[in-house]
Design a protein around this ligand. Structure first.
Ligand code: NDP
Length: 247
């Protein structure tokens, strides 16, 4: 691969974002890390330098467009370009609709959908100028199917896929060589369950993840493969699920 790719990652302070940053660092990528927990980003940036990569980081709340724009500017100021933008920040406070957990609904919509849109909006002008780039959006198996309790989370992840397909077609039309990939993970052992606010749902999910969850590096490897694909081809949709996960 092009060892000096500049990769911006939202939700880089744990889980899939952190693992992807560290994996790409081994290839000499230049990482630009955003999330709200700045102390975590600082530690991860230090690990990246030790692994042979370069890193910049900035406290970023993806629900605030100005902060997302500022993360893009950090990438440009520090490294001069944006080759890959990974819209990964997300939360999963699932519950049944009759619980009417409006704060959770709004947070999922703001982080999972609007955060992804703001990332796309921040990255595209630079990629347009470069006439190259790669937007990778993290959806979920829950973005392919819905079940009791997953309504709003699934809706946000279906939305990520809809946005990604529209974006892909718009990028073709713009002739800017920008690739679009959606990664849809199944049960991956990360800190995601800490965002579940309903104690019963959380207990059930913990059991499910204990039985089926797989290590986070599986998703990082998938994202790296997508990035390493020759520039004239794109993995547009990938589901990466534990072998033994039924749905
Ligand atoms: P983690 O909880 O470990 O990571 C989530 C990341 O999102 C954290 O870095 C968190 O950082 C960040 N984040 C949350 N809210 C915001 C915000 N407002 N602004 C910026 N960053 C934010 O979970 P995962 O690594 O599992 O989750 C990553 C993505 O993968 C999510 O989109 C999730 O929906 C998706 N996914 C995960 C699956 C799994 O089984 N783990 C399955 C399918 C999809 P901070 O709190 O510091 O801001």
């Amino acid at each position: 691969m092009n060892k000096s790719k500049v990769v911006v990652i939202t939700g880089a302070s744990s889980g899939i974002g952190e693992a992807t940053a560290k994996l790409l660092a081994k290839d000499g990528s230049k990482l630009v890390l955003g999330a709200r927990r700045e102390n975590r980003l600082k530690d991860i940036a230090e690990s990246i330098e030790k692994l042979g990569g370069e890193a910049a980081y900035q406290s970023t709340d993806v629900t605030d467009d100005d902060q997302v724009e500022s993360l893009a500017k950090l990438a440009i100021d520090k490294f001069g370009r944006i080759d890959v933008w990974l819209n990964n920040a997300g939360i999963m406070p699932q519950s049944i609709l009759s619980e009417k957990k409006i704060t959770d609904w709004n947070n999922m919509i703001d982080i999972n959908i609007k955060g992804t849109l703001y990332g796309i909006g921040a990255a595209i002008p630079y990629m347009d100028k470069q006439k190259s780039g790669h937007i990778i959006n993290v959806s979920s198996v829950a973005g392919h199917t819905a079940h009791q309790g997953s309504a709003v989370y699934s809706a946000t992840k279906f939305a990520v896929r809809a946005i990604s397909e529209s974006l892909r077609q718009e990028m073709v039309d713009a002739k800017n060589n920008v690739r679009v990939t959606v990664i849809s993970p199944g049960a991956i052992n990360t800190e995601l369950l800490s965002s579940v606010t309903d104690p019963d749902v959380k207990a059930n999910m913990e059991k499910f993840y204990e039985s089926f969850g797989i290590p986070v590096d599986r998703v990082a490897l998938t994202i790296k493969e997508a990035i390493d694909m020759p520039a004239d081809a794109a993995w547009n949709e990938v589901i990466i699920r534990p072998t033994n996960q039924l749905v």
